[in-house]
Design a protein around this ligand. Structure first.
Ligand code: PLP
Length: 417
């Protein structure tokens, strides 16, 4: 591939990499439910179907077919490590991030006792609150809540500084919330925690689809995200830094404990889904070659560069939508400017229920869900009384086009005339 060497995402090329757009339903839908799960990149689908078709057997045996299955799984795991720029043994592949947080909380049990505290945020998805709340209840430790600003739903670092104490063992926060979209100051939290001997666990589920994680730069103790939102198969990736993992209790069968990548694997995830992750590397590599040329650089650096192009594209789309909706009788939860936020916008209307808006958009083949999206505590604090109706959430992916946004903006505009 020659590379078109420019700084803009080639949306036609990107859409051609997603087989969904060749299907009639996806072709006619303006899809803004990406935070619930994205379309799957072609190379991922190819690897998935290849695994199921060619060698869906117990992997790692002596037969050629079993050897092949094992090789493909090893390739998927190694590709994920390379995409993240971390050693493969620091990654656990589980069925979902909810499961991974539960497993991690159990693994942290011996760090948490009646004289320690855990801080969670009021902004997080329940999966990164409930697991820690249950751990604190079991171990009679104190759970502290980093509150959000009721008006904006945002977190202020000064509130965190007031909460952080010598007794704080663990801090759990989201990189960006699935409702508010603001990118939280993870680097600053990590810096403050390092000085205090506190561990930092980051939920990257909402952020990763918009901004591929840079774990070597962030330096968290643990970072989790879900690949079914990053254009791949349904898995949860859990990175645990080696110097943290050594203090944790294994959550696997006792005879698997010597194998680092199995220590926190409590579930035994789908083999084919793991093998298919190799296709995600191919997708990022192909996108790099198309946009930036065939440089001989690491997959991690290629992915960071491609991700920057994707983010810039989404940021433009986000600005395009905000420009319209900030003039309508809609309350946007969080930052009304595209800078510093993900292209994931939640809103409530003065005129319509969130459900009615979601249904009216659906009648125009525009897909955007409504509800609390498991960020129940945040919605309550933000004053949204009917949490089942919740917010209308419009979440973008890099394959969304300006035409998609135009249709959405027009439809929301029509609804408020
Ligand atoms: C911000 C956030 N964290 C965690 C989760 C849980 O991820 P999973 O569905 O993989 O359990 C979600 C799911 O939507 C999410 O949006």
């Amino acid at each position: 591939m020659s590379g078109n060497h420019n700084n803009h995402l080639d949306i036609d090329f990107i859409r051609s990499c997603f087989p969904a757009f060749a299907e009639p339903l996806a072709a006619k839908t303006a899809f803004f439910e990406n935070a619930g799960g994205s379309y799957v990149a072609g190379p991922v689908l190819d690897k998935l179907t290849h695994f199921y078709r060619s060698n869906k057997v117990q992997p790692y045996g002596y037969c050629e077919i079993a050897k092949n299955a094992g090789k493909q799984m090893d390739a998927g795991r190694q590709t994920m490590a390379d995409l993240l720029g971390v050693p493969s043994q620091t990654i656990t592949l589980g069925p979902s991030t909810t499961q991974n947080f539960n497993t991690l909380a159990h693994a942290c049990s011996r760090l948490i006792s009646s004289d320690t505290e855990v801080i969670v945020t009021e902004q997080d998805h329940e999966s990164n609150i409930g697991a820690w709340e249950r751990l604190c209840q079991r171990n009679k430790a104190t759970l502290r809540l980093w509150p959000v600003d009721a008006a904006t739903g945002e977190l202020h670092i000064s509130d965190f500084e007031n909460l952080l104490a010598k007794s704080t063992a663990i801090v759990c926060l989201t990189h960006s919330s699935n409702i508010v979209g603001t990118i939280n100051p993870v680097e600053e939290v990590v810096r403050l925690c390092r000085q205090n001997g506190t561990r930092v666990i980051v939920d990257g589920v909402s952020c990763a689809p918009h901004q591929w994680p840079d774990i070597p730069a962030l330096k968290p103790d643990a970072y989790c995200f879900s690949t079914y939102k990053t254009y791949a198969t349904h898995l949860g990736v859990m990175y645990i830094a080696e110097d943290f993992a050594q203090y944790l209790d294994p959550q696997c069968h006792y005879f698997n404990q010597p194998f680092a990548q199995k220590r926190f694997d409590a579930a035994g995830p789908d083999h084919a889904a793991i093998a298919a992750l190799d296709g995600l590397g191919e997708y990022f590599s192909n996108s790099y070659a198309h946009h930036l040329g065939d440089a001989n650089t690491s997959l991690f650096l290629k992915t960071q560069k491609v991700s920057a192009l994707m983010k810039a594209h989404e940021s433009d789309l986000c600005a395009q939508l905000l420009d319209t909706i900030t003039r309508l009788p809609l309350r946007v939860i969080g930052n009304t400017h595209h800078n510093g936020r993900e292209a994931n916008i939640a809103m409530v209307s003065e005129k319509h229920s969130s459900r009615a808006m979601s249904e009216m958009l659906a009648s125009k083949d525009i897909c955007a869900g409504h509800g609390h999206f498991y960020a129940m505590r945040l919605l309550k604090k933000a004053g949204i009384k009917d949490t089942d109706d919740g917010v209308l959430r419009v979440s973008f992916s890099h394959y969304n086009s300006s035409e998609d946004v135009e249709r959405l903006a027009q439809a929301l505009n029509d609804l408020h005339q």
